[in-house]
Design a protein around this ligand. Structure first.
Ligand SMILES: *[C@@H]1O[C@H](CO)[C@@H](O)[C@H](O)[C@H]1NC(C)=O
Ligand SMILES: *[C@@H]1O[C@H](CO)[C@@H](O)[C@H](O)[C@H]1NC(C)=O
Ligand SMILES: *[C@@H]1O[C@H](CO)[C@@H](O)[C@H](O)[C@H]1NC(C)=O
Ligand SMILES: *[C@@H]1O[C@H](CO)[C@@H](O)[C@H](O)[C@H]1NC(C)=O
Ligand SMILES: [Cu+2]
Length: 662
């Protein structure tokens, strides 16, 4: 006989229904969007007034009280160019992308997801509702420091449990650092399936305000497959090798050229309309998931770089700009050319260059025809000019900016000299490389009983796992920030010298609150076309130096000793002036970077390569700043998750007393 216990479950569910109904009605009320202070005579505490996304995307005024900006993200499986695209009335929910049908995971049936645009100091409340049965979600707010909001950084098993399907997690935090940011899934490879969108924090006291007239254009670049990303993880071995993107989208749109028939479809492009004579701030976001880079340019227009990754720099004019996954760039274009339409061209570099993947958008002067009179630019022979963030890093250490401007060659607008005044309290040398199972005849991959290591199949058919500081990161089974049980898998002090390569454990660097930390990150075994972008959560680096060995050799211990010596000489000579802030730094192939930050934000912060397939196979670690006492309390009822391995039960435990009661 079987004991059914439905009554309990059902009553729980029924109890919650009024709650859901109340919540739904609450947010359906138009009055909620207007000023509504619920003054409680007993407590004299005013409840927050919620504002709609439209109300929050306002002109920011200095001294204005902050708004509480509410968003609801409904995330579900959805189809590109699906049935909603067939009727005019349903067009709001039609996602065209490049008009090649595929399944993706949409946020509110949009691609990219909804724009979050607020003023510095506003509160952002996002209810993330996971309606994707069988998959988990977390959303990371890329670029936000989250000081005081450490539980809302969106990293699974570091700052929270994954949000299971059919439940909702409420993120709520204040936007502290203004700038061009974005949000994206931080689970597995799911970001690539459409879970991303722009997050713009406008500064009412923007020091660059006089350099532009209009600030409304976002250029979100994403790479795109025609199938779900898990198809590529670990990746095919006999056909369709590797993880190279098939297409690029600009604000979720783009044409598709069939590589076999060479036919280009009629998918509409994104159009940016400008008025003659005005200057426009363009907020460019690279939301790529794969190793390709995006090279962006506007025909006949150069642009003035004013910020990178949300941090202001002294204005610098360039002709074109390269970004890799996770990087952002603000640049101002002057609509001072003949009033017609111009091509915005985005070329895929790195591995995408081989297949000549590129995409277009249009800069249209008011009154002009939408189609530019000039032929669509070809992939080959792009116009010459000054390149921002070049692939070649060999000039980054010089003062020469006649052909290219590296991110470290720009100067911070704000005075950042303080970070240079002290010797760093802590210094870490972090190398990254791939452990190549194929090179070792797959020893340890498929030949050990009861051992199932993670790997991905690269486009050269090799099976690789990713190493950062000689460890491949192992996710703990509960969040490091809130659950001590997670400490079990943290790397032990002597683990590295004892373990069989590749070493697998939860790598955590413990840092003291308030210390100045310096990092040297380097590409130990260079691979053609791979310029790994390293992203830090909770901080921005001050980028002191970027260098590169151009002969493609492996970087040896002697090389490391030498670059450290040179770096120390430059420090002594005062070569570094006002190092720019940046939260994502592209390390040139065979190159390295010296980075600093002041560890003034307690928490558990991920530092990782932003190429999805690299960080999900271990190219990441956690920087733990401060300790438990430095953090806010764990929010009450914060979701938990962990292994469940109770003591083994005997048959009597299963069929004992309870059995007889039935
Ligand atoms: C209630 O709040 C208002 C506005 O902040 C303040 O001026 C007033 O003194 C408060 N009253 C009490 C009883 O605390
Ligand atoms: C930018 O464009 C202007 C106007 O065409 C030109 O004078 C200037 O030299 C360009 N600057 C760069 C760095 O290309
Ligand atoms: C991995 O090893 C195989 C076999 O030696 C080699 O052919 C391949 O190029 C290597 N791949 C990488 C990415 O190192
Ligand atoms: C670089 O290191 C890898 C792995 O140790 C090795 O297979 C490769 O031969 C080295 N390359 C050179 C040029 O020394
Ligand atoms: Cu990488």
């Amino acid at each position: 006989m079987v004991c059914f216990r439905f009554s309990l479950v059902r009553s729980d569910f029924l109890n919650l229904i009024p709650f859901y109904v109340a919540l739904a009605t609450l947010f359906a009320q138009p009055w909620l969007s207007y000023c509504y202070y619920n003054r409680n005579s007993n407590s004299n505490v005013s409840k927050p007034v919620f504002s709609t996304p439209e109300e929050c995307a306002r002109t920011c005024v200095d001294g204005e009280p902050p708004k509480y900006c509410y968003y609801h993200f409904h995330i579900e499986f959805y189809t590109v160019y699906g049935p909603a695209c067939d009727k005019q009335a349903q067009m709001d929910q039609c996602v065209l992308a490049d008009m090649v049908e595929r399944t993706f995971t949409s946020i509110n049936r949009q691609l990219p997801g909804p724009i979050i645009e607020v003023c510095k100091g506003d509160y952002i409340i996002v209810d993330v509702e996971n309606a994707t049965p069988g998959t988990e979600i977390t959303i990371h707010w890329h670029g936000l420091f989250q000081n005081g909001y450490q539980y809302y950084d969106g990293v699974p098993y570091v700052t929270q449990c994954p949000i299971p399907s059919s439940s909702t997690f409420r993120y709520q935090f204040q936007l502290q650092n203004a700038g061009t940011h974005f949000y994206h899934s931080h689970i597995s490879t799911f970001m690539s399936d459409g879970q991303y969108g722009a997050l713009i924090g406008k500064d009412p006291k923007d020091p660059h305000r006089r350099l532009y007239d209009v600030d409304k254009y976002i250029v979100l670049l994403s790479d795109w497959f025609h199938s779900l990303s898990l198809e590529r993880y670990p990746g095919f071995y006999r056909h369709d090798l590797g993880q190279d993107a098939q297409n690029i989208l600009i604000n979720g749109r783009g044409k598709w050229t069939d590589p076999v028939t060479k036919q280009t479809n009629k998918a509409p492009l994104t159009v940016f309309e400008v008025e003659q004579g005005k200057r426009y701030r363009f907020r460019i976001i690279n939301s790529f998931s794969t190793v390709c880079l995006a090279e962006y340019r506007i025909e006949n227009h150069n642009c003035t770089v004013i910020a990178q990754d949300g941090a202001n720099v002294k204005p610098t004019v360039v002709d074109a700009a390269i970004t890799s996954a996770g990087e952002r760039l603000d640049c101002v274009i002057h609509a001072d050319q003949k009033p017609r339409s111009y091509w915005i061209q985005v070329r895929g570099l790195g591995e995408c260059a081989e297949k000549k993947v590129q995409q277009f958008a249009i800069l249209k002067y008011k009154g002009a025809l939408e189609t530019p009179p000039t032929p669509q630019p070809s992939f080959d022979n792009p116009p010459k000019g000054i390149m921002y963030n070049p692939l070649d890093g060999s000039n980054c250490g010089t003062r020469d900016t006649s052909n290219s401007v590296c991110v470290n060659q720009l100067e911070s607008l704000e005075d950042e000299s303080e970070i240079l005044q002290y010797e760093p309290d802590e210094f870490y040398i972090l190398d990254f490389w791939f452990y190549n199972y194929t090179d070792y005849g797959d020893r340890n991959l498929f030949q050990k009983k009861d051992s199932y290591p993670t790997y991905f199949s690269a486009n050269d058919r090799s099976q690789l796992t990713s190493m950062f500081n000689d460890v491949t990161y192992l996710s703990s089974s509960s969040p490091l920030i809130s659950d001590r049980r997670s400490y079990e898998t943290i790397c032990k002090p002597n683990q590295l010298s004892n373990c069989v390569e590749p070493c697998v454990c939860t790598q955590v660097i413990h840092t003291q609150l308030g210390n100045v930390v310096e990092l040297l990150i380097y590409d130990r075994i260079p691979q053609a076309d791979l310029h790994h972008p390293f992203h830090i959560h909770g901080y921005e680096f001050k980028v002191l130096y970027i260098g590169q060995f151009t002969d493609g050799r492996n970087i040896s211990q002697t090389d490391v000793d030498n670059v450290i010596m040179e770096h120390q000489q430059r420090l002594k000579q005062g070569v570094y002036k006002n190092p720019p802030g940046k939260d994502t730094v592209k390390i040139p192939v065979g190159g390295y970077a010296f980075l600093r930050f002041k560890a003034d934000n307690p928490g558990w912060w991920l530092l990782h390569c932003h190429f999805t397939w690299h960080h999900v196979t271990g190219m990441e670690l956690v920087i733990h700043v401060g300790d438990r006492r430095d953090l806010p309390r764990v929010p009450s009822d914060f979701p938990e998750c962990s292994n469940w391995k109770p003591p083994f039960q005997s048959l009597n435990d299963f069929y004992g007393d309870r059995h007889r009661q039935c």
